[in-house]
Design a protein around this ligand. Sequence first.
Ligand SMILES: [Zn+2]
Length: 415
Amino acid sequence: MIVLRRLQSANILRQFKTLCVLRFDKFNTNSILRTDIKDVMKIEIQGKVLQFPYVWLRDNCQCEQCFHPSAKSRIIDWSKFDLNVKPKNVNKSVHSVQVTWDDGHISEFKLSWLKFRNFTKESQENYTNTLYKPAKVTWHGYDFNKVFSKHDYSKIINSDNALYDWLLKFSIYGVALIQNTPDSETAVDSIVKRIGFTKKTHYGEKFIVQHVANTSNVAYLSNNLQMHTDLPYYEYCPGVNLLHCLVQTVSKGGENLLSDCHYTVAYMKEKHPKEYKLLTETEVEWSDVGCENGNEFYKLYRSPVICLDKHGQVIRINFSIPQRGAHFPGPIESVKPWYEAHSLFYELNEKFSAKFKTKAGDILVFDNIRLLHGRNMYEDKCNNVRKLIGAYLDWDEIYSRLRCLKVKLDAEDGI
Ligand SMILES: [Zn+2]
């Protein structure tokens, strides 16, 4: 477990202790792996003996014949690569090690470069949970105010430190708020530009969330918007949702609801394993059929509600009552149990959800493949029409920007 937090309440739901669903479990004992580690070079770096396989060292030679310095890419001719390569001679100096291979090729590795890539579990975990992807921390609605970080629009635009701080907290908790955004339909574009590109969908580069009659999407209605993820019918589903509140309703209602499904999934796995299993294994057909700005669409995608990776970690949540198609791809006997599991998931997410109301100038940013979001019913008045501008981004862009910033800021700090 990377993160283990405890809830301190007598409430039965809050007795659920394990908040973390992330586990680093990369080391399997697959039978195809040799148990004896041969052909490794042992190099002492800062008092610790670290092991590096010959084949890996040769593959990662940093010389200009093997690695293009400006493209930062391997250019080895693989048809000539010798998997059984062995060193003929090794010379270690204060900061580097020079290896002469049995074919005469010479590689030189900086010790700091090797140390950063060493094969110890501790080092691999550290890399996985920092530069690769910051480890997520799950939350219950009761803890929402502790995890809901607030960031200033102009600071994000003007400062890399502020941008990094926002993106880091957002990646950990899956939700963050940007405040003091200019009252403009294009303000969100400047935020996106600080990161990368929007994810365009059939609703456009950006979309307006406003009450309209004869709508093609239920989000444009002003009644309760049940908790959901956006666009589950996309195979390449947008990872991040940015919602800029231009006009908030002064009426009762209009509050946002958010729940961390990673928390819910961990809870279900422990307390309701059968329902958890059904939601991880049963494929659902997500669907969106219609016409937007003259463009017809017929989107279908089959995937379970809870998608796990090979380590059992949640990689994507799909949930949308309106956008779940009527075709049920599984066996008929699984239908009723699946509906029961689906209901439990929904009920738990409602129980675990946080409720708050954004105000004009806020951009609510949330992880669309981790959180469910919804909105309470509200009522427009002729001089107060609730209006949001939305845009999607991919996690690829967020993580890429985070890594660029981390490298840059660490270098500035002399790390
Ligand atoms: Zn080389």
